[in-house]
Design a protein around this ligand. Sequence first.
Ligand code: CTP
Ligand code: CA
Length: 225
Amino acid sequence: LVRGATGPDLEGRHVVVSAGGTREPLDPVRFLGNRSSGKQGYALARTAAARGARVTLIAANTALPDPAGVDVVPVGTAVQLREAVLKAAADADAVVMAAAVADFRPAAYAAGKIKKKDGQDPDPIVLVRNPDILAEISAERARPGQVVVGFAAETDDVLANGRAKLARKGCDLLVVNEVGERRTFGSEENEAVVLGADGSETPVPYGPKEALADTVWDLVVPRLG
Ligand code: CTP
Ligand code: CA
């Protein structure tokens, strides 16, 4: 792993990172999920620990080894992720929402396995909205000067969509990926632009998720209260 001359600039800080993707159960054997691997969030946790931070990693359905020296909290659903993030954020200096949170969950959970019925079409799946965790923690900072970072995958006018999302969420930084031929999900590499609420725009060239993670911390450090 090749890293820059990054010192222990997160020493004495507590940072919270969410990673992976939530799963919203339909019945005991099925869920609605997404393709997030958790690798970007784990890279953020590893790099923060390397820079001296105390790190809480809220891991939604990941299959990755626990990073050394990091407090890992496993969760399943968006509602569980919200609980875990809010709890950990209470004394956090920075919160980075790298997890892919399901926007909707099934309105009902079937306690028994859903079965086919002869000659009948399936029932539609009714969905309800999940809480927007990033918007909530941005609006109600648990600590003055707490830095909040979001992630967004966008298509079409990526920067305009990113700017609008940053404003809507109220976070300090938004890491925007273009979804395209170079797939983000599951890959070891990433390419992004980090937008700041102060109007800043930091392009991060295609490269390892660790490099993007270090750039995120480079931008968080000067914003810490
Ligand atoms: N996020 C969240 N809670 C949700 C949905 C998203 O905290 N219920 C966070 C994600 O972790 C990410 C950021 O918000 O850091 C942006 O997620 P994204 O899905 O791009 O935003 P949405 O507002 O859901 O917009 P869209 O309709 O484009 O999916
Ligand atoms: Ca979404």
